[in-house]
Design a protein around this ligand. Structure first.
Ligand SMILES: CC(C)(COP(=O)(O)OP(=O)(O)OC[C@H]1O[C@@H](n2cnc3c(N)ncnc32)[C@H](O)[C@@H]1OP(=O)(O)O)[C@@H](O)C(=O)NCCC(=O)NCCS
Length: 331
């Protein structure tokens, strides 16, 4: 049976081997996965954020890493939660490696007082359930949230832009890169807080968190180590109030774009701002990042508003991402 151990964040070759095995495990049956990059992994374990801490575990067989696990614990909010992830190299599956790693994650989560475990698994759009889904189900996890993973090939045909309505009357689009201007950052933080409250999250046992300016600034700084960021905001001309935003990450040395949050604030809904923001962002990508070939985005299956916008823009679903949860009481 493989030996389970914590990986020392200062172990350079160990981290590289961890990364390679994690990539092999997730790519094997998850062809569209957007995975963390090596610089990101280094940052997570060597310079953790102020808001969460992370432990990496490995399963070694005859000295070689065959499985990886990741435990992420928030330190200020949601102290009942543990985020878990397990990956086993395709050559080492169905021998109990995943189970042994998971047992150790559970032991550590419990000793940190956590009572709910949360993990993400992929599921093909059609066909048999993924190994990850079968594994999580066998371990007593239940699906609490479903998202479609959509992709859009770039460049987008010009005709699609011409057909889309422009910026709604009374609004203008303001954009920035990497760091929100000081005079706008408070209003920007408030939109992130709203995003945490409004984005559909199914039965996930997570309490929304207030996103302070400090959190925004730390996030911007940490993200800038691995990604360029572009933000587009809809601002009401009459009073300068923000009506919504959209945010993308551009991984360095890669040809894809991660389209993250898109939010329209409650009192600004119904004017077409969601579509206007996304079109504005696609225009920026076409003009300033013509080397990018694909946009990835994720939408809750019940978020009909965002699903419709994405379909109209030409996004197509490539897989489902399932949030799976197990409470100690259910174990
Ligand atoms: C999910 C994963 C970690 C399982 O690793 P593993 O070492 O093969 O899992 P185990 O051998 O410990 O399996 C434990 C139990 O899970 C279930 N299971 C795991 N893989 C399964 C599969 N392909 N089909 C059916 N059941 C499966 C079985 O009940 C199994 O017990 P059994 O072999 O006695 O029947 C591995 O398939 C993987 O790395 N997938 C890609 C990474 C990923 O998506 N991880 C997300 C999980 S957070």
């Amino acid at each position: 049976m493989p030996e389970i151990a914590e990986l020392d964040p200062d172990d350079d070759p160990g981290l590289r081997e961890f990364f390679d095995v994690e990539q092999a495990a997730f790519r094997a049956d998850h062809p569209h996965a957007v995975l963390r990059t090596f610089p990101q992994l280094l940052q997570m374990v060597r310079r953790p954020s102020s808001y969460s801490r992370r432990t990496l575990l490995v399963a070694r067989d005859a000295g070689r890493i065959v499985g990886t696990a990741d435990l992420a614990l928030t330190v200020e909010d949601n102290l009942h939660l543990a985020h878990v992830q397990v990956g086993v190299h395709p050559d080492a599956r169905r021998r109990g490696v995943g189970l042994a790693l998971h047992d150790e994650l559970v032991r550590r989560a419990r000793s940190a007082g956590r009572t709910t475990l949360l993990g993400e698994v992929n599921q093909p759009v059609e066909g048999d359930p993924s190994p990850a889904f079968r594994f999580a189900t066998a371990l007593g996890y239940a699906v609490v949230q479903e998202e479609d993973h959509h992709v859009l090939s770039l460049p987008v045909e010009g005709a699609r832009f011409e057909a889309s309505p422009g910026v709604p009357e009374g609004y203008e689009i303001v954009t920035w890169r990497d760091r929100a201007p000081d005079d706008l950052v408070e209003a920007y933080a408030a939109m992130h807080t709203q995003m945490g409250r409004d984005a559909p999250s199914g039965e996930v046992d997570h309490q929304p968190v207030e996103i302070t300016v400090d959190r925004v600034r730390e996030g911007e700084q940490r993200t800038a180590e691995a990604y360029d960021q572009v933000v587009a905001v809809a601002r009401r001309r009459s009073d300068g109030v923000f009506g919504g935003y959209t945010l993308v990450y551009l991984a360095r040395d890669a040809d894809y774009v991660i389209q993250d949050d898109t939010l329209v604030m409650p009192e600004h809904r119904g004017h077409g701002l969601g579509m206007a923001l996304k079109v504005a962002m696609l225009r920026i990508l076409a003009a300033e990042h013509p080397e990018r070939r694909l946009v990835h985005t994720w939408n809750a299956v019940e978020n009909t508003f965002m699903q419709r916008i994405n379909r109209e823009l030409g996004f197509t679903p490539v897989e489902r991402e399932l949030e799976m949860q197990r409470r100690d009481a259910d174990a």
